[in-house]
Design a protein around this ligand. Sequence first.
Ligand SMILES: Cc1cc2nc3c(=O)[nH]c(=O)nc-3n(C[C@H](O)[C@H](O)[C@H](O)COP(=O)(O)OP(=O)(O)OC[C@H]3O[C@@H](n4cnc5c(N)ncnc54)[C@H](O)[C@@H]3O)c2cc1C
Length: 530
Amino acid sequence: MIYDLAIIGGGINGTGIARDAALRGLSVALFEREDWGAGTTGSSTRMIHGGVRYLLYDIPTTKLSSEDAGRIRRIAPHVTWRIPFLWPLYPGGVFKREATEAFLAAYDPHAKRKGGLMHARLSGEEARLLEPGLAPEVQGALTLDEWGCDVYRLAALNALDAKEHGADVRAHTEVLAMLRTGRDVRGVRVRDVITGGESDVEARVVVNAGGPWAPAVAQLADAEVKMRPGKGIHVTFERRIGNYGLVIEGRDGRTMFLVPHGAETIVGTTDDDYYGDPALVDLEITRDDIEYVVEATARALPQARHWRPLRAWAGVRNTVFEWGVDADDLSRRHEIINHAERDGIGGLLSLVGGKLASYRIQAEETVDEVLKLLGREEVDSTTGEAPLPGAEEPPDFIAMARDIPLPPASLERIWRRVGSRIQRVFADATPDDLTPVCRSEAVTAAEIRYAVEVEGCRTLDDLFRHVHVGAGTCEAYDCAPVSAHIMMELLSWSPQHTMRELESFRDRRWINRRPVLRGANLALEELLRY
Ligand SMILES: Cc1cc2nc3c(=O)[nH]c(=O)nc-3n(C[C@H](O)[C@H](O)[C@H](O)COP(=O)(O)OP(=O)(O)OC[C@H]3O[C@@H](n4cnc5c(N)ncnc54)[C@H](O)[C@@H]3O)c2cc1C
């Protein structure tokens, strides 16, 4: 079979392109080396935001991502949620205070595009009523509305919808080489990284959606894609501190976000030029990175010094190359490169740059280009209106608990992952299937079964992304063995394979845990690992 389109990379852009193309009737193959959203997408601040900061130097990007964020909200209300933010104001900065408010006033029309409220000014007393832990010197706050998102789920749901519309979607499948006729690309050589099996897949058009790996992917066709990758780190703190997000400032004045996310609070991000391998960025998290984030958090919320950091994680921005610009001020615009026009290499497009918040329109524009290359008639994209699998407004969880005997709070957490498909997850559930395997994240065996059988999970790390196994406070010590046992039965793993999976899962969690530990705690946890 010759596919119309093969896509390399299953981040939010690759999965978004696969869905858009499948919905427009193209035959599609999607290849992701790891799992949906496991690259930059999973390391983002997880906000479908409009980019208030980019108003200073990149208004079109703010406008585009605010418009698209509004559509993403509507097609995926179950995996996105409103986060009202407070922007604390400190004494002595009258000019800065007025400038910040003027800035938010300019952002108001964009916030409206996403269904957000206009900004408001709060006194110190009002701000403390909402967030009692604010530092005594905070004199007031401005408010703004943004949207949080489960980015792994958003990518997985795009892949699932593509599959349900006929696409051949393959995670854990690496593209090793491009098939060529002369200089032109006519497909890809792929390897299943779990079984080691290799095969050739022919396609009329190949799209490089490799995120920060786009230069390496383009290289497979002897093409050059230039990027300006930037490293950004986040710290996850145990527990959800509150229902409000905070805009906080680092010692150099750089703004960051404190975001309530599920049962946790995440804070970030830093932004520094990065020259290394994007796959190894988690190993490059320094003590200074962590201290910079914690210091900024503690300025607004002094008790943050006593919070327990659970882990730190890093990602690499897939920013378009520019010279002579501070990393913070780089444009987040996107570009679709037609390599036939630019390099004389037919059949290949690269999507570079952009934002998670505008992934849908980036995907739509890419598929428009694909249709032109295929010489097909224009077909309108429907991804702005067609709901993603499970999309519905929040149901009554207390009523639902009468049908599915789990606490309403657990049902809500599960619903936030699968939406209305929660009924399917528990359709034939036995009492054993309802027992939580992970107490801190309320994950049940029934969800693991659904993740394996319907969403195609093949590793414990996949379960971390799809159902939050190992994402809670036990850092996988509690739930990983039980989950491994379930996977073993579902996928007929050998005992040796199961043990290897467990070890690699714990090693992976440790890479993110180690940077937040100090002194005796570090020594103790290191000792407990062996
Ligand atoms: C720290 C940080 C914070 C951010 N916060 C936000 C935010 O809050 N909101 C927002 O809108 N944007 C944010 N962004 C930007 C956003 O995350 C990215 O624009 C977006 O996730 C890029 O998605 P992608 O699909 O292009 O790349 P990726 O998610 O990296 O996907 C590319 C995929 O290609 C795969 N791949 C590479 N080579 C191969 C190969 N040879 N074969 C098969 N697969 C391959 C990789 O495994 C990877 O999964 C942030 C970025 C960073 C770094």
